[in-house]
Design a binder for this molecule. Structure first.
Ligand SMILES: [Zn+2]
Length: 287
């Protein structure tokens, strides 16, 4: 595949790598607790205990947006182009439906950094923070994918970014807010989890929609698609649960099973149409 063909984000990546991480390493404390954590679009199935809710987003005065200085930095260029491509694809989709579009910032960091949703570190994996509208990505996650989560691969890494971008789309469309309200009125954790699963599978589908729109542009092969499927399988809740606890507890699913994640990604990839991603409009056991 030829990701170099994709457009640059034009400064959308806030490169905080090498900035020394979080001073003191302390946690941002907020009062929203589990609800915000549930909404933090965790890509990886780890309980985000190191992220605590916080509605007061720390402001960042320093920014690493000097696009010129990243020449020769393949990771930066790769991320910049995935972001730029998502901006382009989703900008067009929003324009066609007459909706207001806003680009997200992607924060590239190493070790730890502050987010509008609390302290981010590499243990939590990539996530989207709805309150500051930014995607947080520690590139060491790509190494983890390579060694433990399905083997990695360029299109698999793009799928991760596109999934987080999908959460940004949900935020713009007001879906994240609706889910938060439903979770607040849920009678049990199991019920609240079903909304999380629907949200996450829709983000997988949105990632597929993006893939559909770039498959010719970057010459995606069936082998490339398989790398994304391998990742989707590796991060399915059933797979992660059976690895960590030796059994599967469906009512604790927050992201969906391996089969569901694969199916919804492929649904978006084949259709290229976000309307095919209505994970909220069908019965839960039909997902
Ligand atoms: Zn997610």
């Amino acid at each position: 595949m030829d990701w170099q063909n994709l457009p640059s984000s034009g400064g959308g990546v806030d490169d905080r790598r090498g900035s020394g991480g979080v001073p003191g390493g302390g946690l941002a404390v907020g009062g929203i607790g589990g609800l915000v954590i549930a909404l933090i679009a965790m890509f990886f199935g780890i309980n985000p205990s190191s992220i605590t809710g916080g509605s007061t987003a720390p402001s960042h005065t320093q920014s690493g947006n000097q696009t010129g200085s990243q020449a020769g930095d393949t990771t930066y260029q790769f991320i910049d182009k995935v972001l730029g491509s998502n901006n382009q694809v989703w900008g067009n989709i929003f324009q066609q439906s007459g909706k207001q579009f806003q680009k997200p910032v992607l924060v590239l960091y190493s070790g730890g950094t502050q987010s509008g949703c609390g302290t981010a570190n590499s243990a939590v994996g990539p996530f989207y923070c709805p309150s500051d509208g930014k995607i947080y990505l520690d590139t060491s996650f790509f190494n983890l994918m390579k060694s433990r989560l399905g083997g990695g691969g360029e299109f698999a890494y793009q799928y991760v970014v596109a999934h987080e971008y999908g959460h940004h789309i949900q935020n713009l469309l007001g879906i994240s807010d609706q889910v938060e309200r439903k979770q607040q009125s849920a009678r049990s954790e199991a019920e609240a989890n079903t909304y999380s699963v629907r949200l996450e599978l829709q983000a997988d589908c949105f990632a597929g929609v993006w893939g559909n729109h770039v498959k010719d542009q970057e010459n995606i092969t069936q082998t490339d698609v398989q790398t994304a499927i391998n990742t989707a399988k590796a991060i399915g809740d059933d797979t992660l649960q059976s690895q960590s606890q030796g059994s599967v507890t469906p009512e604790k699913f927050t992201h969906g099973s391996s089969a569901q994640r694969t199916n919804w990604f492929m649904k978006g990839y084949q259709s290229g149409n976000p309307n095919s991603c209505d994970t909220f409009g069908i019965a839960y056991n039909q997902l």
